[in-house]
Design a binder for this molecule. Sequence first.
Ligand SMILES: NC(=O)c1ccc[n+]([C@@H]2O[C@H](COP(=O)([O-])OP(=O)(O)OC[C@H]3O[C@@H](n4cnc5c(N)ncnc54)[C@H](OP(=O)(O)O)[C@@H]3O)[C@@H](O)[C@H]2O)c1
Length: 440
Amino acid sequence: MADALKIGIAGLGTVGASLVRILTEKQNLLAVSCGRPIQVVAVSARSRGRDRGVDLSGYEWYDDAVEMAKHADIDAYVELMGGAGDPAYSSVKAALSRGLHVVTANKALLSRNGVELAAIAEEKGVILNFEAAVAGGIPVIKALRESLTGNTVSRVYGIMNGTCNYILTRMEKEELSFETCLKEAQRLGYAEADPTFDIEGNDTAHKLSILTTLAFGTRIAPDDIYLEGITNISLEDIHAAADLGYRIKLLGVAQKTSVGIEQRVHPTMVPQDSVIARVDGVTNAVAIESDILGELLMVGPGAGGDATASAVMGDIADIAKSRPGAQLVPSLGRPAAQLEDYRHGEMQSHEGGYFIRLTVEDRTGVFASIASRMAENAISLESIMQRPKANGDGPGRQTVVLVTHATTEKAVRTAVAAIEKEGYLLGKPQVIRIERPKSV
Ligand SMILES: NC(=O)c1ccc[n+]([C@@H]2O[C@H](COP(=O)([O-])OP(=O)(O)OC[C@H]3O[C@@H](n4cnc5c(N)ncnc54)[C@H](OP(=O)(O)O)[C@@H]3O)[C@@H](O)[C@H]2O)c1
């Protein structure tokens, strides 16, 4: 059997500790599958004394991950600390520059510095793998980077944040408020103490920026993402969506249009009978639409120590199986120098259906006025209806829900702004975009 692949692991938290345990438990199976053993030789984290439920006594300890990346006697560096800055950035850069293969689960790092790091990996002829960075255990990076080679992708979208999906699912199934479900998610360890990053959509945006690059061959553009979180979603929206045959999900969507590429993260109404609408709880799903294959939908665990470690293990196994001198798959699907400039598709030109919920004064003429403002902006309505009285609806107050046929963001924004000027609105209008899967 060939020499062992020697690895160093920086970060021994949820994912890192799972990885160490699984590599120990599965060492025989991995050696057979990879044709050589995988051997952990060095580890690093912040606090050496912390009990991590795994035996670390046989490994060289480094207090500083960058030192480990620079000096440890390893073939591959595995970064599981997180964060776009240091020590993740400097350690990965140092490892690649030294000619080590790298595996990371760090979407924040790749979203910010992915092109630079991929270019160093190419120059040094080493592998930079990051399957766990998007949708945890779901092998979406490999699918886009390798399996769909030759396909032209038109849209990639998905549920990529388990915390948000858990909250929206519980709100719907148990008729609970957003705040109650968020607290429950924190109690169960699904949400961070500071959940802003998840519920405001930033986490999904990081992942989406990586998928966009793999899907469309463009440079990573994390700052060109339209972002709307789920904090404004109420039970009323969820009920209205259900009555209309939809469910609300936080989707990240990257789509090629005639004007550029739209990258957007926002609450989205998806048809109840679509597969993605039925993805509940912390589960993730990613759909890829392309010309040759059609629609591919992958559903699975998007987080958790073992699920994420499974993806990291697959990346390490790829390195173990690689042959010196063989041509490597470019980290971002094509050589970094051949990535095209990102052409931003403005949100204003987004085309699709819209759900609009308005709380208005209960008087004659309001319905007609709403319909007129829509017509003035060439918005054709699939339905307009008065909702049964909701909790907050007292006398003189009613809720009107509209669903539009395909129109533009600009038209909807203009029509809603005109309605706001009419003086009969009693609350902030709610606008939710509708996304229709191609087939399922
Ligand atoms: N958890 C998931 O479900 C999941 C899913 C997909 C991707 N990921 C990604 O996987 C990576 C790790 O996530 P995680 O959930 O395992 O994080 P975590 O539980 O917070 O663990 C982070 C680890 O990194 C170490 N660390 C943090 N800052 C450090 C520093 N400055 N120097 C040295 N070590 C440092 C910590 O050391 P101490 O233990 O000593 O504090 C800890 O062992 C992140 O990039 C994350 O985005 C996680």
